[in-house]
Design a protein around this ligand. Structure first.
Ligand SMILES: *[C@@H]1O[C@H](CO)[C@@H](O)[C@H](O)[C@H]1NC(C)=O
Length: 118
């Protein structure tokens, strides 16, 4: 086997091996998701509570039980959070650090959320 062919085979093996993350790497990605937001069904942080874990700058849809249900919310310390009236962070958004009662136009209407560094 000449040198050129050996090199090509080695490169091919590297390319095939690279994209498969090991289970350890997958677990590390998972563990980076931190608690960013708390949302409640009633005003003044009362009623059923949704705790949102995730990554900064990513949009999350509220699960069915909490969709169109939220009336108050808090961003965890160091973050500012926004909820949107539509899924996938579309429509009109309301940003807050802490809101004991969402404005009427988005009260019981939040469908998705995202947090960023404050
Ligand atoms: C939001 O839902 C609560 C509980 O069902 C209700 O009391 C409140 O009037 C609703 N707010 C709006 C703006 O519809």
């Amino acid at each position: 086997m000449n040198f050129k062919i050996t090199t090509l085979l080695t490169l091919a093996a590297t390319v095939i091996a690279a994209p498969n993350p090991t289970p350890v790497e997958a677990a590390e990605v998972e563990s980076r998701a931190v608690t960013l937001i708390e949302l409640w069904g009633d005003s003044n942080f009362l009623g059923l509570k949704y705790t949102g874990k995730g990554d900064l700058g990513y949009c999350y849809n509220l699960p069915g039980d909490f969709n169109d249900y939220i009336t108050s919310g808090k961003a965890y310390s160091g973050y500012v959070c926004t909820t949107w009236v539509d899924k996938n962070c579309y429509g009109t958004g309301f940003s807050f650090l802490s809101s004991s009662k969402f404005p009427t136009w988005i009260d019981n209407k939040s469908s998705s959320w995202m947090c960023e560094k404050y």
